[in-house]
Write a protein that binds this ligand. Structure first.
Ligand SMILES: CC(C)(COP(=O)(O)OP(=O)(O)OC[C@H]1O[C@@H](n2cnc3c(N)ncnc32)[C@H](O)[C@@H]1OP(=O)(O)O)[C@@H](O)C(=O)NCCC(=O)NCCS
Length: 227
């Protein structure tokens, strides 16, 4: 309870009272009934460009081999589990990291194939799109453009592919820091949906116009594969 109160206070200071209230309402609704509202964003290849704007030059941004990440699974500061890394290897994800000297301070993952967004649902998207996800910056390094700084490396990796259509991501609608970061990178908000309910009863709720054609969130194990 105290943790939530501090988070709401932090949101009020950073994003204003209205957004702090929306954050609190979401946390209560999620706790009581299960409610995860998502914004789907796209960055078409034609609009994608690197951004090195305000990150200090002493930082190095590069692709990180997945085996290099193994030591970070035992450090809770990095929010990386062995299970997650094993799934990332199976998908052949590309991880981009930002280093301050030897220290990894920010990272993100990028997948070319459908990817689970949690234990019950998978994000599906057309071939040629790259799902940019699990962006993470160590708390003491946030707000310095480190997430944005990864974009040049991501585009270097994927933009040369003949079939490259662009990047896509999903953000919980109350994750204002993440939305701000993606807005700065010219990602366009394109669809919305929510995963509602608890346990086996969780389901995707989206109105008829919500998903862009070819993009979907499928319940794992469901026979029709669509929301
Ligand atoms: C989302 C996240 C990756 C952004 O990384 P970042 O390197 O801080 O990115 P940016 O520097 O572009 O900052 C983005 C926004 O963070 C917010 N921010 C600024 N300083 C901050 C700080 N000290 N602490 C937290 N958020 C801060 C601001 O809203 C900023 O946008 P603004 O500059 O337009 O005001 C990072 O906040 C994070 O790791 N969050 C926890 C994990 C997460 O939610 N990941 C996203 C999943 S979709």
């Amino acid at each position: 309870m105290l943790g939530l109160a501090l988070e709401v206070r932090d949101h009020a200071a950073r994003f204003g009272a209205e957004r702090a209230a929306r954050y609190l309402a979401w946390r209560v609704a999620d706790r009581l009934a299960g409610y995860m509202p998502y914004q789907g964003l796209l960055l078409p290849a034609s609009r994608a460009r690197g951004r090195n704007a305000f990150a200090p030059n002493r930082l190095v941004c590069r692709e990180v081999a997945l085996q290099e990440l193994a030591p970070y699974t035992s450090d809770s500061a990095y929010d990386l589990s062995e299970r997650f890394l094993s799934d990332a290897r199976a998908r052949a994800d590309c991880c981009i990291g930002v280093f301050a000297g030897e220290k990894l301070v920010s990272y993100s993952f990028n997948s070319r194939v459908p990817t689970n967004i949690d234990s019950g649902f998978r994000y599906e998207f057309p071939e040629g799109w790259v799902y940019h996800f699990k962006a993470f910056t160590l708390p003491e390094w946030r707000g310095q453009g480190l997430h944005s700084r990864q974009m040049s490396a991501i585009l270097n990796k994927f933009a040369g592919l003949a079939c490259f259509k662009g990047l896509t991501t999903l953000v919980v609608t109350t994750n204002y820091a993440s939305l701000a970061s993606f807005a700065r990178l010219y990602f366009e908000p394109v669809f919305r949906f929510a995963i509602v309910g608890k346990g086996e009863k969780r389901r995707v709720v989206a109105d008829g116009h919500s998903f862009r054609e070819g993009f979907a969130v499928a319940k794992l194990g469901a026979s029709n594969g669509g929301p």
